[in-house]
Design a protein around this ligand. Structure first.
Ligand SMILES: Cc1cc2nc3c(=O)[nH]c(=O)nc-3n(C[C@H](O)[C@H](O)[C@H](O)COP(=O)(O)O)c2cc1C
Length: 192
């Protein structure tokens, strides 16, 4: 079976960990996952078309998914529209109940609108808060956002909000997505 292409965009490394965990989970289904750090390597349309499914996992900074993910999706929109697709947003808002779905996440709704894609899977996963790692300005800004949204503001704390069981369940869903036979062949006759 062709590999599942697992593309990610990470600034501070947490999204990379999530992508690696997804790849490991997908492997338990006997399915190979090709990891691509979009800041280093952007798979081309041929690679996308050859994949059994594609997942784009991208962190949010200041309201936007990271530029490497946005440019990748914009450049290869048509190729991505033709394969089973998962869009996964990593952000801190998703720590709150109800903010992981399209209905509850403004980031997911914006992403769908911006890309005009209709992925089979669209979800958000809570990321990591790491005040000591941030520079002065980012720390102040994130504290302000946390203050407004009722989150932790102690500038010494590091909190991983990620629900790793949810990440594993997502890995299972992506593996199933890659295992699906084409429902429609080119001539319009459903494949056996
Ligand atoms: C400078 C900065 C800006 C951020 N902006 C947002 C934001 O607008 N909304 C949000 O929900 N999370 C925001 N986050 C949280 C990140 O999405 C979260 O920390 C994520 O785990 C980062 O992933 P990475 O380590 O792969 O970069 C921000 C984090 C930083 C450091």
């Amino acid at each position: 079976m062709p590999p599942i292409l697992l593309c990610y965009a990470s600034h501070d490394g947490h999204t990379r960990r999530i992508a690696e965990r997804l790849a490991a989970r997908i492997a338990t289904h006997g399915h190979e996952a090709d990891l691509a750090d979009l800041a280093q390597r952007q798979p081309d349309a041929t690679e996308i078309a050859a994949a059994s499914a594609v997942a784009v996992v991208a962190a949010i900074r200041y309201g936007h998914h990271l530029p490497p993910a946005r440019s990748f999706v914009a450049t290869h929109r048509d190729a991505l529209a033709a394969v089973p697709l998962a869009l996964v947003s990593i952000n801190l808002t998703a720590r709150k109940p109800g903010k992981r779905s399209v209905a509850g996440s403004v980031y997911l709704r914006k992403w769908l609108k911006e890309t005009r894609l209709s992925p089979e899977i669209v979800t958000a996963i809570a990321g990591k808060l790491d005040y000591p790692r941030y520079g002065w300005f980012d720390r102040m800004m994130i504290r302000l956002i946390m203050h407004i949204t009722g989150g932790p503001t102690d500038p010494t704390v590091t909190i991983e909000f990620t629900d790793w069981e949810a990440v594993d369940a997502l890995g299972d869903d992506i593996a199933r997505l890659g295992a699906q036979p084409d429902v429609q062949s080119v001539d319009g006759v459903p494949d056996a």
